[in-house]
Design a protein around this ligand. Structure first.
Ligand SMILES: [Zn+2]
Length: 257
């Protein structure tokens, strides 16, 4: 080996050695960049995190929105709730508490079968009604067989202790990434308000990255009550997990009184 080649190899090794930790650092840095509701990766910067999150910034049909009944157009759809009490998994995914359902629970909207996949919580509410937020909101996420998404939204207001949520409390994983599958039965019907024939409807997006559009939102006018202690319990895990209001951009809001 010539002394030149030898020197070259040595220099290459030295340079690589000097830079390798730097590259490893960068890789680690990238891995730890997660979207959040505050701090560096708050909702105004979600789109900078990944190209797949571009809609969070560029989308014209984003959620949540402010709902205003007097500008809304009338609508009437037929509902049929075919929710069954089935075993669920309860997951703390780092952004919310999510309850996952086994197949077999359906919401029929005008005869179209939307299968219930999961429900999760936001506090305070993401949507507002005439500018007013509630203590929280519940998202029941459904999908059709051909991939259409419908989210049924139920507002949470402070009031009576909610027995159904109360039974879930002991199963709620407090640490991020924890997943509990205990065969807990949950009758979703009991999480819906008794009055179900007044609602808003509009087309929007997921309220979390990747902010996918084409989501059919059905927002129940009647809220369900939860006690201040139950709200506080959730806030001890997630203080705030609500995306700010997004512009309507000429979309039509439908309202059934
Ligand atoms: Zn949600």
């Amino acid at each position: 080996m010539s002394w030149k080649l030898n020197l070259y190899l040595k220099l290459t090794l030295i340079i690589m050695g000097a830079f390798t930790p730097f590259y490893l650092c960068l890789a680690e840095e990238n891995d730890s960049r997660h979207w959040d509701y505050g701090g560096t990766w708050n909702p105004t910067r979600w789109s900078e995190l990944k190209p797949e999150y571009a809609l969070c910034q560029q989308g014209r049909n984003q959620s949540p929105i402010n709902l205003v009944p007097h500008n809304a157009k009338p609508i009437s759809v037929s509902w049929e709730f075919k929710y069954r009490s089935i075993p669920v998994a309860i997951l703390n995914n780092g952004h919310t508490i999510e309850i996952e359902f086994k197949p077999g629970s359906y919401l029929l909207i005008d005869g179209n079968e939307y299968e219930l996949q999961q429900l999760h919580f936001h506090t305070p509410s993401e949507h507002t009604v005439m500018g007013k937020a509630s203590a929280g909101e519940l998202h029941l996420v459904h999908k059709t067989r051909d991939g259409k998404t419908a989210v049924l939204l139920v507002f949470l207001i402070e009031g009576k202790y909610n027995r159904v949520l109360g039974t879930l409390r002991e199963y709620i994983p407090r640490e991020k990434g924890e997943n509990q599958i205990k065969g807990v039965g949950l009758d979703v019907n009991e999480l819906l308000p008794a009055q179900r024939d007044s609602y808003y409807h509009y087309t929007g997006s997921l309220t979390t990255p990747p902010c996918t559009e084409g989501v059919n939102w059905y927002v129940m006018t009647a809220p369900i009550e939860v006690s201040s202690e139950q709200i506080e319990n959730f806030r001890q895990i997630y203080q705030v997990n609500a995306r700010p209001i997004q512009p309507l951009n000429g979309r039509v809001i439908y309202f059934k009184e």
